[in-house]
Design a protein around this ligand. Structure first.
Ligand code: IMP
Length: 198
């Protein structure tokens, strides 16, 4: 397979997210922001996943002229009226996963309704055209942390149908049911349909 014209830049500095994307996307050559020499913060000023995914993808597309993938994602908790949502990465005021997760647990200490979902929106700029792919994963927020895998809120999120959290389940299982996995599979199918690369 000649992937030279099928390179794709991942517009993210989030290591957990990048790891998962790399596990699941094998039909194109992936480049990181450091591969393309982009060292600034990418703006995420909006209140929807779609708008934030778009501005991240556009920022890197303007910088590189290459195909770009941006994932904007987060966890939406019913008891917290959909928060942390688009603010998931900095819910506590810092980008510290542990502080963010602890704030969700303390804000939910009296909550009976523990339902939540993860959502991911991928904006793919491919051959200059914008495409969106979405995925959602329903589950519940536990009362304490379990497991050491995954990232972000995974130690407190048990997906529907499982007793274990995303931090306890093997990565292949998480990828097979997660919000990101669902969005990525739609994107991979799209890339395959336009390039023929499996
Ligand atoms: P973004 O960079 O604004 O898209 O931030 C995404 C944030 O949402 C991450 O920093 C995590 O806090 C949270 N998040 C998104 N997807 C996941 C996941 O699969 N596991 C755990 N946390 C996630």
């Amino acid at each position: 397979m000649d992937t030279s014209e099928h390179r794709l830049v991942i517009a993210s500095n989030n290591k957990g997210k990048i790891n998962e994307l790399r596990q699941m996307i094998t039909n194109v050559e992936l480049l990181s922001l450091s591969d393309v020499g982009f060292t600034q913060e990418i703006p995420e000023p909006f209140q929807t996943f779609e708008e934030n995914a778009l501005i991240k993808a556009e920022t890197i597309h303007k910088y590189t002229g290459l195909n770009v993938l941006a994932d904007d994602s987060g966890i939406c908790v019913s008891y917290l009226e959909g928060k942390p949502g688009v603010d998931s990465a900095h819910y506590s005021g810092s980008r510290d996963d542990e502080a963010n997760l602890q704030l969700v647990l303390s804000n939910m200490k009296d909550a009976e309704d523990r339902s939540a979902y993860y959502k991911a929106v991928i904006c793919l700029i491919w051959d200059g055209e914008m495409n969106y792919f979405e995925g959602k994963c329903d589950g519940t927020i536990l009362r304490e942390k379990h497991g050491t895998g995954g990232f972000g809120y995974d130690p407190i999120f048990a997906p529907e149908g499982y007793q274990q959290t995303f931090a306890e389940l093997p990565p292949e299982v998480k990828n097979s049911i997660s919000h990101r996995g669902k969005a990525v599979r739609k994107m991979v199918d799209f890339i395959q349909s336009v390039t023929g690369n499996k």
